[in-house]
Design a protein around this ligand. Structure first.
Ligand SMILES: Cc1ncc(COP(=O)(O)O)c(C=O)c1O
Length: 406
């Protein structure tokens, strides 16, 4: 049996979420229909929405169900930007480097097609966004800022951002904040209402939108949510039947919502104990990797500053993709964390944003733990790594090998 250590990419569905999904799929009825079958579906949907909301610290009406994290991020960024540019010119979006591609590519699209300006916020060497960087950007760009967006926790290197402090700064300036909590949800307390309260976010300023995805917490792929504060205004991406506060048209996915709710509740109920369990496994893994492969360097924040299930190392002198393939052959599934475009390894843009050189950014290895991870899984990776490292460092970099081959 392969050892699965890529939970940040997707985590196995919980058996109870699969069972709930299958049961709900056999129920017929569009929740917008007036007849009793439609109304029964609507009750299932709204109950699921309530349960999801309870895990996010928001009101059920603030949960806009989507087709996943990517759609939620698109809705937040485009929707807020369009809405903020309706009555005044506020072209600037403040965003840190090292964001997920759902954000990066949406920002690039807004820049190229809508005239948005991106105010890039530098990260420190651990991938942390310092609040004073945000404060000075808010001063510099003044009333031209449409919104601030940031990851709650980086999906690649695991660094956790000071979301409350940053929301407080934006709130002082009357600027809305979107947080991509896809990687944090289920592992950290991602309580929308608590952050709004603690940061003095009121009305449409401060934290107003938060993206999450079901398949990262044991629910199905293709289901997610944007938590959207009642007072926040977004232009919709999708037009149609006007479902979900007119913000997200389309017949609602009752079975997806029901299954998501089961997974969300399970993750919330076990979150604290799991965080302790995973952090212990993570720390053993980090110590093991650093002692067996001296060329490895931990990326991201140390200790409590990183996600409990995230291990990310950069290994000098070898290609992350070679390590990935060799570990795969040894029966261990891991990731480099960064995109591999058309088979050509890309240096990690997150490590680049943290100031690492291109060479360092190419030896990245991400190992992410989750609800199925055991001590034996950690042992299996530590047993397979030295030989994989040995072979990968002999192979060196892919482009060098390719050049020699031609
Ligand atoms: C931080 C982050 N944001 C957004 C997404 C996209 O979510 P989805 O796969 O549900 O579209 C992911 C998934 O990899 C992610 O890790």
């Amino acid at each position: 049996m392969a050892v699965y250590l890529d939970h940040a990419a997707t985590t196995p569905m919980l058996p109870e979420a699969i069972a709930a999904y299958a049961d709900a799929l056999s129920v017929v009825g569009n929740p917008a229909s007036i007849h009793s079958q439609g109304q029964a579906s609507k009750r299932m949907l709204e109950e699921a929405r309530e349960q999801i909301a309870a895990t996010l610290g928001c009101d059920p009406i603030e949960v806009v169900l989507t087709s996943g994290g990517t759609e939620a991020v698109n809705l937040a960024l485009k929707g807020l930007w369009w809405s903020r540019n309706r009555d005044a010119a506020r072209p600037v979006i403040l965003a840190p480097g090292g964001e997920h591609h759902a954000t990066l590519d949406t920002l690039e699209w807004l820049e190229q097609h809508e005239g948005a300006e991106i105010g890039w916020l530098p990260l420190d060497g651990n991938g942390l966004l310092h609040p004073d960087v945000v404060a000075s950007a808010l001063e510099t760009y003044g009333d031209r800022v449409a919104l601030v967006t940031l990851l709650w926790a980086n999906n690649e290197v695991g660094t956790i951002q000071p979301v409350t402090e940053i929301s407080a700064l934006a709130a002082e300036h009357g600027v809305p904040v979107h947080v991509d909590a896809v990687a944090a949800y289920g592992y950290l307390e991602t309580d929308f209402g608590a952050v709004r309260a603690a940061s003095g976010s009121t009305g449409a300023a401060g934290l107003v939108a938060m993206s999450v995805s079901a398949h990262k917490v044991g629910g199905p792929v293709g289901v997610g949510a944007l938590v959207l504060s009642r007072s926040a205004k977004v232009e919709p991406l999708l037009h149609g039947g006007g479902q979900q506060r007119q913000v997200r048209s389309g017949t609602q996915d009752v079975a997806g919502a029901v299954s998501f709710a089961v997974a969300a509740r399970h993750a919330a109920a076990h979150r604290e104990a799991e965080a302790v369990r995973l952090a212990a496994l993570r720390d053993r893994l980090i110590d093991g990797i650093l002692s067996t492969v001296p060329a490895a360097q931990l990326s991201g924040a140390p200790g409590d500053g990183r996600l409990p299930g995230n291990v990310h190392v950069a290994i000098a002198g070898c290609e992350g993709d070679s390590l990935l393939f060799l570990l795969d052959m040894a029966g261990v599934s891991v990731s480099t964390g960064s995109a591999c475009q058309a088979g050509i390894p890309e240096p990690s843009h997150v490590l680049r944003a943290m100031g690492r050189s291109e060479i360092e950014a190419r030896g990245a290895l991400r190992v992410t733990l989750g609800h199925t991870t055991t001590d034996e899984d950690v042992d299996a990776l530590l047993a397979a790594l030295p030989a994989a490292y040995e072979q990968a460092s002999r192979a060196g970099f892919a482009d060098r090998t390719t050049t020699l081959g031609h």
